[in-house]
Design a protein around this ligand. Structure first.
Ligand code: C2E
Ligand code: MG
Ligand code: MG
Ligand code: MG
Length: 289
């Protein structure tokens, strides 16, 4: 039997499948409910500095255990939440939960920054900046401890409004990171105007840097270009030590990926951070799992 999900995946979906529409709507109303009742969670994935071996921050990734469907991953509901506008509620929830967790970690890890993923639609929300700065203040945390990750595609959706909103956020002292760079079609002239401090190279261009000469050249060129624009570079989706070493050789600043650590619950992150001792940046074995 062909499920609505199969239809969607194979591009066969069309509006005649009302059932599918209904299940989408149900998923979104379930998500609203889950967010309201705090049944969603944030998991955290560390970002490590390649020259010191230190963890400089963590990225928050939403996790949702649906009572009937089991685990539902962001790839299956974030795009839908973006389409339907539920994303504003999701982002608002993530800001509250993420900053509260950062405050809990602060006593033992005052150096960590927290990155929260936001979407294009969040940029048009007039209350976003206020909510973030107010929540940080309430927890006694400076704005510089929070990074907002926005994909290059999202930043380009409405370039003028997007740029203004990002400038406002950056003026408040928040860090801006451009996510999934290399997966879309950014205009370089737009990229250089963004008030970002960090660019994240998409996993799709990182994945075969050790086996493909052209991928390595692309990544090397991207790193140099991003540095030339004054941003630091993170490689996402790094799955093995060899890639991490090559990236360090290519002057990449930071890595993130399963090689270092999978996304972890707050409790799991604490345990992992306790064990991750980086006295020797060359001691990659310690970080490897
Ligand atoms: P992203 O922000 O680019 O996050 C990276 C994704 O890659 C995460 O998937 C992470 O679990 C996965 N990943 C990390 N390291 C590796 C690796 O070494 N190999 C592989 N194969 N994957 C790796 P996840 O958690 O499923 O999230 C997918 C996307 O959904 C995120 O991409 C982000 O765009 C979005 N997302 C997740 N949480 C949130 C959220 O709270 N708010 C918003 N607006 N979007 C979110
Ligand atoms: Mg991200
Ligand atoms: Mg990314
Ligand atoms: Mg990505």
């Amino acid at each position: 039997e062909i499920t609505p999900h199969d239809r969607y995946e194979t591009g066969l979906y069309s509006s005649q499948y009302d059932i599918y529409d209904e299940s989408r709507l149900t998923l979104m109303s379930d998500l609203r409910e889950a967010l309201n009742q705090d049944q969603t969670e944030l998991h955290y994935q560390p970002k490590m500095c390649l020259s010191t071996g230190r963890v400089i921050g963590v990225e928050a990734l939403i996790r949702w255990h649906h009572p009937d469907r089991g685990w539902v991953y962001p790839g299956d509901f974030v795009p839908l939440a973006e389409e339907t506008g539920v994303i504003m509620q999701l982002t608002s929830w993530a800001i509250n939960r993420g900053i509260a967790d950062l405050a809990k970690l602060n006593a033992t890890h005052p150096e960590l920054t927290l990155a929260i993923n936001i979407s294009a639609r969040d940029l048009s929300s007039p209350g976003l900046r206020h909510q973030i700065t107010e929540t940080l203040q309430r927890h006694g945390l400076p704005a510089s401890r929070l990074t907002l990750e926005l994909t290059e595609t999202a930043a380009m959706e409405d370039p003028e409004t997007g740029l203004k909103a990002l400038q406002h956020l950056a003026e408040s002292g928040l860090q801006i990171s451009i996510d999934d760079f290399g997966s879309g079609y950014s205009s370089l002239s737009y990229l250089k105007q963004l008030p970002a401090s960090e660019i994240k190279l998409d996993r799709s261009i990182i994945v075969d840097i050790c086996t493909s000469d052209s991928s390595r050249v692309i990544v090397e060129t991207a790193i140099n270009m991003v540095h030339g624009l004054g941003y630091s570079v993170v490689a996402e989706g790094v799955e093995d030590r060899e890639s991490a070493e090559l990236l360090r050789h290519l002057n990449c600043d930071r890595v993130q990926g399963f090689w270092l650590c999978h996304p972890l619950s707050l409790a799991g992150l604490r345990q992992w951070l306790d064990k991750h001792q980086p006295p020797d940046p060359l001691a990659f074995d310690q970080a490897g799992r």
